[in-house]
Design a protein around this ligand. Sequence first.
Ligand SMILES: Nc1ncnc2c1ncn2[C@@H]1O[C@H](COP(=O)(O)OP(=O)(O)O)[C@@H](O)[C@H]1O
Ligand SMILES: [Mg+2]
Length: 253
Amino acid sequence: MKIAIAGKGGTGKTTLSALLIGALRERGIIPILAVDADPNDNLGTALGIEVTRTLGEIREDFIDRRPDIPAGMTKGALLEMRMHESVIEGRGIDLLVMGRPEGPGCYCFVNNLLRKSIDELSRNYRAVVIDNEAGMEHLSRKTVAAVDRLFLVSDHTVKGIKTALRLKKLADDMAVSVAQTRLIVNRVGVDGLADAVRWEIENSGLGPSFILPEDEAVARACRQDTPLVGLMETPCGRAVRKLLDDTLKKDVT
Ligand SMILES: Nc1ncnc2c1ncn2[C@@H]1O[C@H](COP(=O)(O)OP(=O)(O)O)[C@@H](O)[C@H]1O
Ligand SMILES: [Mg+2]
């Protein structure tokens, strides 16, 4: 199953990605490929995996330094090998970090190959979770061609829901193949959804939303830069577990 997480910066994409990965692991749905497609962020920290290399570095290497291609090997095969090497292996969870956005130069050749390779790579995993940046660049370039779920994360504001709707339209325009989109409203307090937000959701056509609670344990982990992936017995962790179970019920892996 491929799940992409998208939303405005700071809404909780990395938090949701990490907890979702924790829930998948708990359910024994491993191996999992975690893809950090947000150059500003660090899914690695949230997963407790040290990032030692990024795909961006490898790509730059190909563009700038024209690698020595061993005899009998094609450029494509070498790139594919390097891409496999760039996957950081953890316990049940492997991490692929996309890294910085591209500089000037023609990346078409490399990107075309990468797209194919990531597609092939993901076949080795039972689940792929992609933590996207706001513009969903990697989805738009179809680094990942098709996903089973697109989780659109919004904060608990009317503006946030409007932004989520814009992102949904962007995904539609980009013709990303998405089996199902789900709106996730994050950091909702004990009083539940505010009326204005509920109204906005109902009128957005985004379908039923899923609520993640405001959670001090999650906020503390982020403040202290400690992993989130193990925080499954927190209000947020339990909610994400339910989200996964709901998703699995309607899905075949
Ligand atoms: N449910 C939550 N409860 C409390 N704090 C949260 C929650 N979700 C996210 N946060 C906090 O909000 C900030 C942004 O979250 P993050 O997942 O990094 O967002 P994004 O990846 O979308 O930029 C972090 O400091 C995080 O601790
Ligand atoms: Mg993030």
